[in-house]
Design a protein around this ligand. Structure first.
Ligand SMILES: [Zn+2]
Ligand SMILES: [Zn+2]
Length: 374
């Protein structure tokens, strides 16, 4: 039996190729992919912004059904949520387990995303067997160093494909949490006033997480009105269209809403260099900026370092998330009253990856989900 997969040969070129069905050993799984979200980082990879080795099968926001399982997967794999049997629905953390031996694993073990020898599903070349390291495929080969989460029945089926982006969004909000006594007023907490720059899938999920965790005021900025509409449905109190307001007008409005001081926290989700600059401007003195959007390198912007210094600003990078963030994401998706599933605007077939990626920036398009199994 041959397996079809969408292969990115190089930036701008995607073909559908067939691969042999991989053999499953004692420590691996074979997953039939049911749903997989198309991510902004897939688009950046397509545009040549990602430092990866081609050809590769992209796709890292996957939901699948176990069709084959090794006899001793639990020996090496991290399997969470109960025993995994053939026929079970699972999701897999894109990153492999940290090696435990590199400098970062030894010195910064609480940030496993910094491990130097991890591999990532959807970002790894498909030249070596078993080839199927990405989810824009009918099947994916799950190796022994994976984190596999069984999907609980409590999770609404139309939200399951949002687990990975919800892991990104919950981690970004947790990144901004104040440490220790809330009274000192640092970072994120109940009642805080937040700006989210960018209303793409991650931006609106961040807004939803903020709404579900007690934010006081949530203001979302973007250039596309339909995205801002969705942001309001996801919990934004106010939105600012960057094509209809100047940077000064936005800063003035944020000050107006915040006793004249600016936002406690700004979370940059646009992945546009100018949005990072504006985030530094919108944060109040003693505030915090979380840079989440630039997972790939989309360029540079001139920064005035004095502003960071004078504001006594905390500027925090947010790189991926620890694997257990999937549990946080599932708990959030199971319980949030925000209708997060409404961000899924399109469902397409696996051979449509190229048009799916190309339409991502268009108005009216938010999360596109491919359904290879159908
Ligand atoms: Zn993603
Ligand atoms: Zn390591």
């Amino acid at each position: 039996m041959s397996i079809r997969a969408a292969v990115m040969q190089r930036p701008g070129e995607i073909t559908v190729e067939t691969f042999p069905r991989p053999a499953t050993d004692a420590h691996s799984l074979l997953l039939q992919i049911c749903e997989v979200g198309v991510c902004g980082s897939d688009r950046h990879m397509y545009l040549g912004h990602a430092n990866v080795r081609f050809p590769l099968i992209p796709g890292h926001e996957m939901v699948g059904t176990v069709v084959e399982r090794g006899t001793a997967i639990e020996d090496r794999m991290a399997v969470l949520g109960g025993q995994v049997k053939v026929g079970d629905r699972v999701t897999v953390v894109p990153s492999s387990r940290p090696c435990g031996k590199c400098w970062y694993c030894l010195h910064v073990p609480h940030k496993p995303a910094l491990c130097m020898s991890r591999t990532i599903y959807g970002f790894r070349t498909c030249t070596e067997p078993p080839h199927l390291f990405g989810a824009f495929a009918e099947f994916m080969a799950v190796h022994a160093h994976s984190w596999v989460f069984k999907i609980p029945d409590s999770l609404p089926p139309d939200r399951v494909v949002l687990i990975e982006p919800a892991a990104v969004a919950t981690r970004a909000v947790e990144r901004a949490l104040g440490v220790g006594i809330p009274h000192i007023g640092e970072g994120y907490g109940i009642g805080k006033r937040i700006v989210v720059a960018g209303a793409g899938p991650i931006g609106v999920l961040v807004a939803a997480v903020l709404r579900s965790t007690g934010a006081g005021l949530i203001v979302v900025t973007d250039a596309v009105e339909s995205r801002l509409d969705l942001a309001r449905k996801m919990g934004a109190d106010e939105t600012l269209n960057i094509t209809r307001t100047s940077s000064e007008e936005r800063a003035a409005r944020i000050r107006e809403l915040t006793d004249g001081v600016g936002a406690d926290v700004v979370i940059e989700c646009a992945g546009v260099p100018a949005a990072f600059l504006e985030s530094l401007q919108l944060a109040r003195r003693g505030g915090r900026v979380v840079e989440l959007g630039h997972y790939t390198d989309s360029g540079e912007v001139p920064v005035r370092p004095h502003q960071v210094c004078q504001k006594d600003l905390d500027v925090l990078g947010c790189w991926s998330y620890p694997p257990m963030q999937f549990q946080t994401a599932m708990d959030f998706l199971a319980r949030t009253p925000v209708p997060v599933e409404r961000m899924i605007t399109h469902r397409m077939a696996i051979q449509d990856l190229k048009p799916a990626i190309e339409m991502l920036a268009q108005p009216g398009v938010m999360k596109v989900v491919l359904t290879p199994g159908r």
